[in-house]
Design a protein around this ligand. Sequence first.
Ligand code: IMP
Length: 192
Amino acid sequence: MKKIVFATNNKNKLCEAREILAPLDIEIISQHEAGAECEPEENGSTFAENAIIKVKAVYDIVKCPVIADDSGLCVDALDGRPGVYSARYAQKGQECRKLLNEMKDVPENKRSAYFECVIAYIDDNGVKTVSGRCNGKIGYEERGINGFGYDPIFIYGDRSLAEMTAEEKNNISHRSLALKSMAEILRKEDII
Ligand code: IMP
């Protein structure tokens, strides 16, 4: 089974990636387990730039295949915000409340939003990136207790992502689409 280090200190992302890639014969080692205790500054202006910053920082330490995820929520009525700043938009645990407040006067037909995820992969031959998107809309209140981040206010169909099981979210999520696309590329190139 191919071992790949995941450059993240986010336990939720790690857990989702392990569940998504488990059937594909890829074992995900956390950055911590690989002994790479770093948190590079994410100063890129796109998800792809930030994913590449993270993957290179960990690769420089571990010198074996690494993937990284950079992701966020883009809200159309807010011109794509919080976007790459999703992790820094509000104090941890306050992001949903702050966004609901910003959206309080936005009518139903203007509440569209999407999650975007870019996965970067690096090995001795260089870096590859792929992206995945999950389209939905911003709700009016926090719903559900599963997931993390903006999941309680992101409505997909008639439920929030936080009302879905991990398996249901992993069937439709931006992270799952991007990870599966990357796995497909790695398989075609005989890397896994
Ligand atoms: P970063 O990729 O480490 O910059 O952080 C991305 C941020 O976007 C997270 O801290 C969350 O706030 C948000 N985010 C990314 N993916 C998800 C998701 O699947 N559900 C909810 N929030 C997410």
